[in-house]
Every structure is written in C-alpha cells, then in structure tokens.
Design a protein around this ligand. Sequence first.
Ligand code: SF4
Length: 318
Amino acid sequence: MNFVPSYVKQYETGELNKKKEKLMRKLENCDLCPRECRINRNKYIGSCRVGNKIKVSEFVLYPGEEPVLQGEKGAGAVFFSNCTMRCVYCQNFQFSQLGRGKEISSKELGEIFLILQFEKGASNLDLVTATPYLPFIFDALIYAIERGFSLPIIWNTSSYEKVETLEILEGIIDIYLPDIRYTSNIVGKKYSGVKDYWSNAQLAVKEMYRQIGDTFILDDETYELKRGIIIRLLVLPNYLNQVKEALKFIKYEISENVHISLMDQYVPVYKAKQYEKISRYLHKSEYEEVISYMESLGFKNGWIQTHLLASEGVELKR
Ligand code: SF4
C-alpha cells in the first residue's frame, strides 16, 4: 500500500512551515496546553517543567502498543521528559515526573525520526505526551521530511489538550491515540494534579474525532494502521464508574464505531500507595465487569487485554 502521510501535503504547500513559526512564537507566551502558563519559555520553565530545550528520555521500537500499531518490529516511540500532568501512578514517572532524559537539538530530534524509520524499521512515529515540545517537533519534522521521512505520526496523549493546539495538528497527525483517564475534574485533580481534566479532555477527544472520523486505514498486507483513532481506557481499581462514564461518552457523543483499547495493566507505582483506593492492582472481576458493560453498549471495534483474564487473547470483532 502506497500511503502518503498527511503532513507531506502541508510541507509542500508551506503550511507546515507556517505552523512551525506560529508554534515557535508561542514559546514567548505559552498557552499550548490547558494550564495556559503564558510565560516566556525562552527565560523560564512552565508548569510542565519545560523551557526552550528538547529533552528526550529514550527512543525505541516499543512492543507495548495495540497490535495495529506494532507492525513487524514495533512502534517507533519517542518518550519525552516531563509532562503537563502529575499522575501519582504514572508508569513512566522517572522521566515524566522526575525529568530524566537528555537535552538534544531539533536537528538531533529529526535524526531520531530518521533512525526510527530507516535503521530500526519502525511502523510509525509514536510521539508520547509531547505537547510542550510541539514547536521543536515541527522543526524536526521538516528536517526529517527533507531527508525522506515518511512514517505516519501517532499523537499519543493523555487528552489533557487544548482544542486550539489540536487544530494546528490537523493535516499533520494521521493517528490519534488519546487516553480518557477520568470523567470527573475532581478525580483528575486528586490523581493528576490538574483542576480541569475532564472539561478539556472531552473537547479534545471530540476534536480528534472531528479530524479523523471513523476512518481506519490499515495496510492491505501488514495490517499496520495508517490513519485512525484509538481511544484508550485504563481501568483504575475502585473507579469502574469512571470508565463506564467514558464508554457512554464515546458511544453517545463520539461514535460507537471508534476503536477502543480497554487496558487492565494498572500497576500502583510511584506515589499510588499513598492513595488507598488506587494502592492495589485491578481485580479480574473489576475488569470483567467493565468488559461486560462495554459489550452491552454495543462496541465492536478494539481490544481488551489478557493480563487478568484466564482466556486467550480476546479480540473484539472488527
Ligand atoms: S505547555 Fe508547559 S509552559 Fe505551556 S502552557 Fe502547558 S504547562 Fe505551561
């Protein structure tokens, strides 16, 4: 299949460069994410702890994404240091919360994109919670396109995003991979340190769906996803209602055709032990209850996991 990523057209028309310049100007008064710090990042760091330098923890062929994002060798993941959220159970806390990583230039980031494609054989470029770095990502993307880069890009996000920022990504990102963590601002404040998670996340997911719709383009031979949206739901112990509310939101306000990835892999790491309700692993019965609820709503597309289930790989029919 000869798939051409959307960003190629925007590069050819000069739109990509215009957007890069717009994003670069935002560094002087940053409002890229809902925190809207409005500080000059050339002098100070924002609530995300990012200033005007790129910091990357690692880039790898990542085997943990959904099957259609894996291809033969894996997703080409770039894990950026720091984050706009403060999740007390973050599995990646060493770099997302403690800031571990290495400072690199935009050109070096562009080289990483090229290495993932040409040396590692990645199926896609998987940008993980990258919002504060967007101006530099556009710069790196232009550098890489000029050297033959052509992988579809995944925007792998907590959904704590502003619609205005996502609008800039229209025509650049072919695969959206949003999490819905909670359907309550109060719960979001408690576990992720932001006061307005759900207020923003629901608008963000709607915007991602507006851009992509029910489109789900798979390569004819490899079944790698080229364009589409997959919504991830991590089931937290004792918070089944949050996931059920998220499923209702998807069905009635997004689409029942959307691909859903229902995740059972919660591990109480980092500060999670300080919070009684999420200080343990998920019970199998809790996960099964959410699966039953999802099926009762009629969702047909997506994946459930098998860490907690005795049965072999249950894949929802597509
Ligand atoms: S990206 Fe960082 S500096 Fe910009 S608004 Fe968000 S938290 Fe603040």
